[in-house]
Each structure stands twice: as C-alpha cells, then as structure tokens.
Design a protein around this ligand. Structure first.
Ligand code: NAP
Length: 361
C-alpha cells in the first residue's frame, strides 16, 4: 500500500467537493490501486489545518475549531516531518499561489491544479516550472484547466506526444457564456436579464465581466496552444471584449445597474441572424498562422456548436489524422462535481506514477 499525502489549497465549490469525493472513495482506492490517500492539509486564504492521519468526515467542524492562521510556510514545515508522496492540489484562482509552484516543486510536491493561472503566465515562467519538475522528477497535471472534467488537455497532449500535427482547435470553452448565448439565441429575453440570471444561478464569476471580457476563454485557449508546442504570450491572443468601454470602467454595483445599456446592440446582432443561425462564443487556434481568437460568432443551428444546450463545453480538433472529420469532445463544461472528479482523476494518475518518496532536500 502506498500512502499519499494530499494538501488541498482552496475549500470553495471545487475544493470542498473534492474532499467529499476523496473521503467517499477512500476504500475503493485502497482496493483498486493500493493507494492510501490521506488529506493531511487543507487551507483557504486565511487559515490552515493539518492532520497526519488524514482529515475525517467532520472536516468542516474541525476546520472551524482547530485551524490556525495561515503562514506562507505552514505546509512546508509540516510536510518536512513526513516522507510520504506529497501532492499539492490547487482549487483556488490565486495568482499568488500559482507563482509559488516552482517553490512547491523544489520542496518535493507534485502538483495537480484546476487553476489556469500558472499555465498562462509568461512563457518564461511556463518553461521554468517545467524545468523544475523535470529536475525534481515530479508530476504536474491540469486537465481541469480547460473544459472542467472533459478530457481535452490529455487528448491534445497525447496526440502531440505521438507526433501528430495539430492544425486547428475550435471550441465553446466557457460554460457560463454557453449558457448565456444558448438562451439569448432561443428566447426573446434581453441579454441583461439573462446575464443577471446567470449570475444569480452561479454560472458566471461574481463579476460577470470576467467571463464577458473573454479573458477566461483566452487563458484556456493558451493552455491548449502551449500544449501543441506553440510558444506564445497571453498578449498574442485576439480577444473580443463583449463589455463596452464605458461599462468596463464602472464598479460592480454600477455595472450591474447599467447592464441594460448592452441590450440594444445585442438585440441588433440577434436580428441580423439568418433563420438557421445562432450565436456562440467561440475560441479558435490555428497552429500554422499562430493565431488565437476569442469572439462571438454566428454559427449554423445544425452545426455541432449550434446544437449545444445548457452550459455544455464543445471542442473539435483537426490534425494530420483528423483532417476532414475532426475529433470531437463534448459534455458538461463546468460545475463543481465534474471539476472535482477531474482533479481526482489527475490525483490518481500522479499517485500511481509517483515513486515511494523519501525527501532529502
Ligand atoms: N467551479 C467550476 O465549475 C470550475 C470549473 C473548472 C475550473 N474551475 C477552477 O477551479 C478553481 C476553484 O474554483 P471554485 O469555484 O471552487 O472557487 P471558489 O468557490 O471561489 O473557492 C476558492 C477557494 O480558494 C481559496 N483561496 C483563495 N486564495 C487562496 C490562497 N492564496 N491560498 C489558499 N486558498 C486560497 C478561497 O478561500 P477564501 O474563501 O478564504 O477566500 C476558497 O476557499 C478556480 O481556479 C476555477 O477557475 C472551476
């Protein structure tokens, strides 16, 4: 039996669901994989709880009563006392934590992350992190960076590693924008009301401009582009911001109060659609031209993207073997359950691969 210590950063939607999934399947992992997965550390932005035996089902109460103020090195000092395989799991959206990854690797942590930031900082940082991983013989998995639990990162990585040339990837990358434009194309409801509904139902970020700006989709596109071997910066991406410059400047409350300013231009766009067209928010990358674009597009209703519903994600990959009939991946593209399951699947991969560990640095 291999004992694996999990350190979970972030106990919000995804992190807390992951904890429940790990605890629920603990016997299964022992039987099926001979893995004793123990969550020995959990941390949010201010507090930390460590327990070498692994946290229990009562972890929320324990965290409330026994957690201590978080120090930057809380986990390091604790981890140094233990020789087991250690995996840091990032279920935050923190840039601060992302910039810390090389240091985590130097301290002997494998990393599994849902957070896209480390993969979309500068190319120099991206390369530096991979060098550290290589030197330290540690793993880094991030399937949930794109399409939540859908296996798009692994597919692009595996095709590229097998010598396949990837030419084009198109997709509806954002569950929240998918929800907004699927409804807007079907209903006679102003875009402002649909955005407010999406916010209320938790589909968008607390500030919907994070989604509407196109930046989140652009990050996902950059993760895939770099997976194909392209060396690019975030600034190289052509991004259509769906928020007018005046609304971009406002604080969140004023933005939401003035959201109806978007209605007229979106209604005009909808009325310009042909009968067999709908609007979809699309990300595209072309490895030949090195062009990455994020934009709102008119697509045919009977096309794969046009047929999407709800907050589905959709990706099509054209490559040397998939020239005319693309490889297609489609399914729930957001949500805490599928994202946590994707993280857990990455954790199992890393844990199975990891050498039983004795840390010496
Ligand atoms: N939700 C989805 O459907 C989905 C899908 C795919 C990927 N993701 C990605 O998954 C990540 C988490 O999303 P979420 O929806 O779970 O977010 P969330 O509910 O807002 O939770 C974020 C958690 O991170 C903690 N945190 C923030 N900064 C931290 C730091 N520096 N160190 C330690 N903990 C910190 C927060 O603590 P406090 O509460 O103390 O601030 C909170 O517990 C994001 O990167 C997101 O893009 C989410």
């Amino acid at each position: 039996m291999k004992t694996v210590h999990l350190y979970i950063f972030g106990i919000g939607n995804v992190g807390s669901t992951l904890i429940e999934q790990v605890l629920a399947a603990s016997s299964f992992f022992k039987e099926k994989h001979q893995l004793d997965l123990r969550i020995v550390g959990i941390v949010n932005s201010s507090r930390v709880l460590c327990n070498a035996s692994g946290i229990s089902k009562e972890w929320k109460t324990d965290f409330a009563h026994f957690s201590t103020p978080r120090q930057p090195d809380s986990f390091y000092n604790f981890a140094l006392l233990h020789d087991e395989v250690r995996i840091a799991v990032d279920a935050t959206a923190s840039k601060e934590l992302s910039t810390f990854y090389p240091e985590l690797v130097q301290k002997g942590f494998h990393i599994v992350t849902a957070n896209k930031i480390a993969n979309t900082l500068s190319q120099d940082f991206y390369d530096h992190l991979r060098r550290e991983l290589h030197v330290n013989n540690l793993s880094f998995e991030y399937e949930t960076n794109v399409g939540a639990g859908l296996p798009i990162v692994a597919t692009v990585k595996d095709l590229t590693n097998s010598g396949e040339h990837i030419a084009v990837i198109n997709g509806v990358f954002s569950g929240s924008l998918g929800y907004i434009f699927n409804r807007f194309s079907q209903e006679e409801t102003p875009i402002s009301s649909i955005i407010k509904d999406a916010l209320t139902q938790g589909y968008t970020e607390p500030d919907p401009r994070e989604d509407l700006s196109g930046n989140d989709v652009a990050r996902k596109l950059l993760v895939l582009a770099r997976e194909t071997g392209l060396k690019l910066e975030f600034e190289d991406i052509s991004i259509e911001n769906l928020v007018t410059p005046e609304l971009q400047e406002l604080d969140l409350k004023d933005f939401l109060n003035n959201l109806s300013n978007l209605d007229a231009s979106f209604d005009k766009l909808k009325h310009s659609l042909l009968e067999d067209e709908v609007l979809r928010h699309v990300g595209s990358l072309n490895t030949q031209t090195k062009q990455l674009t994020v934009s709102l597009q008119k697509v045919k209703k009977d096309s794969p993207a046009g047929q999407l519903s709800g907050s589905d994600g959709f990706f099509e990959v054209y490559s040397s073997s998939y020239k005319t009939h693309p490889l297609v991946i489609k399914g729930a593209g957001a949500g805490r359950e599928v994202t946590a399951r994707g993280l857990l699947s990455d954790i199992i991969k890393v844990a199975n691969r990891a050498e039983t560990f004795v840390y010496s640095r």
